[in-house]
Design a protein around this ligand. Structure first.
Ligand code: 3PY
Length: 248
């Protein structure tokens, strides 16, 4: 099955109402065909409904996180049920900023992915190694362990996109070379093949994240196992449209 190119915009903790409206206007005016690329933008929680109401209907919206199980006495959290109730189809889970700053473990991320899927959300699940781990030669062991923690809890991968985001390339301006990205994506696909199943390995989209921008996207997009991007800072700028267009 052909894997449709996927471009996500992770706006992180950025934006005002005016800025959000401006970005959405740029996206709405972009000449992009959803036949070739699936586009999902992820604003902070407070802007989700605004973005959903203004955004063209062929682009979709993702939350940047959700609680690990049913809502209740969990101050400050937002549940998967709430996102579903608001008509938000996607959620990003396990971003390295949350893994590092909020101590989200592999197991916790796996539980969150499984719970979000069980409630009907689609999940962009993030994995990736630190610079220290890369330099010590443990990149594959780290991303395999992160993926295994998800695979242990998830049987149906239809609604999962795996985002490989090397931590050393996030917010640093350093981007993995196309060869580095391809190597990890290819190994991940092999890991899925051996540990989850051939069909899933062939169909799951593995997208790259980490300082993707309008200048480097085309070459990265040309790699056979790079099925799209999760874009940070550049997703707040007009160049996000160029990144979306790198699909063609
Ligand atoms: C980045 O590119 O900075 C990201 O974290 C994308 O999620």
């Amino acid at each position: 099955m052909a894997r449709k190119f996927f471009v996500g915009g992770n706006w992180k903790c950025n934006g005002t109402t005016e800025e959000v409206k401006k970005i959405v206007t740029t996206l709405n005016e972009a000449e992009v065909s959803h036949d070739v690329v699936e586009v999902v933008v992820s604003p902070p929680f407070v802007f989700l409904t605004l973005v959903k109401s203004l955004l063209r209907s062929d682009f979709h919206v993702a939350a940047q996180n959700c609680w690990v199980r049913k809502g209740g006495a969990f101050t400050g959290e937002v549940s998967a049920e709430m996102l579903v109730n608001l008509g938000i189809p996607w959620v990003i889970i396990g971003h390295s900023e949350r893994r590092a700053l909020l101590n989200e473990s592999n197991e916790f991320v796996g539980d969150k992915v499984a719970y979000a899927l069980s409630q009907g959300l689609k999940v962009i699940a993030c994995i990736g190694e630190t610079l220290e781990q890369r330099e010590s030669g443990s990149t594959m062991a780290v991303v395999a362990a992160q993926t295994k923690a998800i695979a242990d809890k998830v049987t149906n991968w239809d609604n999962v996109v795996l985002a490989y985001e090397p931590v050393w390339a996030i917010g640093t301006g350093k981007v993995a070379t196309p060869a580095q990205a391809q190597e990890v994506h290819c190994e991940l696909r092999k890991w899925l093949n051996q540990n989850v199943g051939a069909d899933i390995a062939a169909s799951v989209r593995i997208i790259y994240g980490g300082s993707v921008n309008g200048a480097n996207c085309k070459e990265l997009a040309g790699q056979p196992d790079v099925d799209g991007f999760l874009v940070g800072g550049a997703s707040l700028k007009p160049e996000f449209v160029d990144i979306i267009k790198s699909a063609t």
